[in-house]
Design a protein around this ligand. Structure first.
Ligand code: SAM
Length: 290
């Protein structure tokens, strides 16, 4: 049977099921074989791997994943797609479909049960409306994952990969780069999807670190400081932290910046992850009683 990456097969499937695309679920299905091969290659999927696919849609990428992986678990929220998937994946015997919202799935348990707790690969053409909660959920919950290789909005991929001092740099860059090494594997234009999205897309691979690249005593506080710093991008770091309701005085922040040989006027966007970690350690030390 011809694969769904052939646009004619996808069009025939739409007709067969009289399928109505749901905007609220971010449904833009891939119809480009070249892009699918790029995603599989970027994820480095092998016959050893268990792959979690988020949002299989018609099963276009699932067909490629099934051929390359040991086992694929695909989680799809839209119940209308389940009969379609049972049809398009009937020849693929290593695929399990779960009809559920990915944000409600206990992925850790899935990994324990199906992969003996060993790291899995997450591969997806993500629904763009929940890209950040999905990715941050995987990273912050320390799910055993080798790499996350996903199609996202191009602008989001650039933010994840951004370095200090650039316009795309922000809280998302720092959060992602604390857990993983990002690499943009491909830029993908709207005409590779049915229906065409209004934005450009990119495939990004996040290779998870065994250990974070920086040491910080209070990780939660560091992310609170980071969030406050970028909430008010135009303000100085000092003012942003104070306005963000964090338990530090302007004097303490000034002293901490002085210790780091940074100017009082510096903005959050100029600080690296390492500098945010150091600033957090100095500030939390001021706070704790001697
Ligand atoms: N993988 C398919 C492809 O590449 O052709 C479809 C990708 S489409 C961009 C996103 C898919 O995610 C849709 O099938 C949508 O129904 C599904 N989806 C949306 N929100 C979801 C959620 N919270 N949990 C699981 N799947 C979801």
């Amino acid at each position: 049977m011809e694969k769904l990456s052939n646009p004619q097969v996808t069009i025939a499937t739409i007709k067969k099921y009289d399928f109505a695309f749901q905007k609220k679920f971010g449904q833009n299905f891939l119809i480009d074989e070249h892009v699918l091969n790029k995603i599989i290659a970027a994820a480095g999927v092998t016959k050893e791997d268990m792959v979690l696919e988020i949002g299989p849609g018609f099963g276009t990428m699932t067909q490629y994943l099934s051929e390359n992986a040991r086992e694929v678990v695909a989680v799809e929220i839209d119940k209308e797609l389940i009969p379609v998937l049972n049809d398009t994946l009937s020849d693929y015997d290593n695929v399990t479909i779960i009809n559920e919202d990915i944000l409600k799935v206990d992925i850790e348990k899935l990994v324990q049960e199906r992969n003996g707790g060993n790291p899995i690969k997450v591969v997806a053409n993500l629904p763009y409306y929940i890209t950040t909660p999905i990715i941050m959920g995987l990273l912050e919950n320390h799910v055993p994952v080798d790499n996350i290789t996903v199609m996202v909005q191009k602008e989001v991929a650039l933010r994840m990969q951004a370095k200090p001092g650039t316009k795309d740099y922000g809280a998302l860059s720092l959060a992602v780069q604390y857990y993983a090494k990002p690499y943009i594997a491909a830029n993908v234009p709207p005409n590779c999807f049915i229906p065409r999205p209004n934005v450009g897309s990119a495939v990004i691979r996040l290779e998870l670190f065994d250990e974070p690249p920086v040491n910080v005593k209070d990780e939660k506080m560091m992310f609170s400081i980071i969030r406050a710093s970028f909430n008010q991008r135009r303000k100085t770091l000092q003012n942003s932290i104070v306005n963000g309701g964090l338990p530090f005085t302007k004097e303490q922040i000034s002293k901490a910046l002085g210790k780091m040989e940074l100017a009082d006027t510096i903005r959050g966007e100029a600080l690296s992850l390492e500098q945010f970690a150091k600033l957090t350690d100095i500030l939390t030390e001021f706070k704790s009683p001697d």
